[in-house]
Write a new protein. Structure first.
Length: 134
């Protein structure tokens, strides 16, 4: 079961320049910056009430973020939903007919296990499911 919108991921070409923009918009500095080697990205997070904004910059041309920007330009890349049990949620979504990009969760940024639902089964929106690692 989905608990809440956890964050909105935004693909950017330059994390430093984009961070300045979001600091001005949100009136706050980011609280975390982390490189995620498995995804070939550097992420930076901002708190917005109970939700977050995640900026993502590719560290490799092979990164999904680099390919996204090449195809669509900078902008909203995904929406992430928080769940209590990611394994149960993956099975529920598969049973509902959704196509999973990841059959098993993997380590993501911000102390989360993550998996993605393919946009072909969600009207073109990349959905991330995430669970806090306890």
């Amino acid at each position: 079961m989905i608990n809440k919108i956890e964050h909105i991921g935004i693909a950017v070409k330059n994390l430093t320049e984009s961070s300045i923009i979001y600091e001005k918009i949100l009136g706050a500095k980011s609280y975390k910056k982390k490189e995620v080697d498995t995804e070939n990205v550097i992420t930076e997070f901002f708190k917005v009430g109970n939700s977050k904004i995640e900026l993502l910059q590719a560290t490799s041309e092979e990164s999904a973020i680099a390919k996204f920007i090449e195809k669509k330009g900078e902008g909203i890349h995904h929406i992430a939903f928080e769940v209590a049990d990611i394994y149960t949620e993956i099975e529920r979504l598969k049973a509902e007919g959704f196509i999973m990009i990841n059959e098993q969760p993997k380590l993501g940024a911000d102390n989360k296990l993550i998996c993605f639902v393919h946009p072909k089964s969600t009207n073109g929106v990349l959905i991330e499911i995430c669970q806090e690692i306890i």
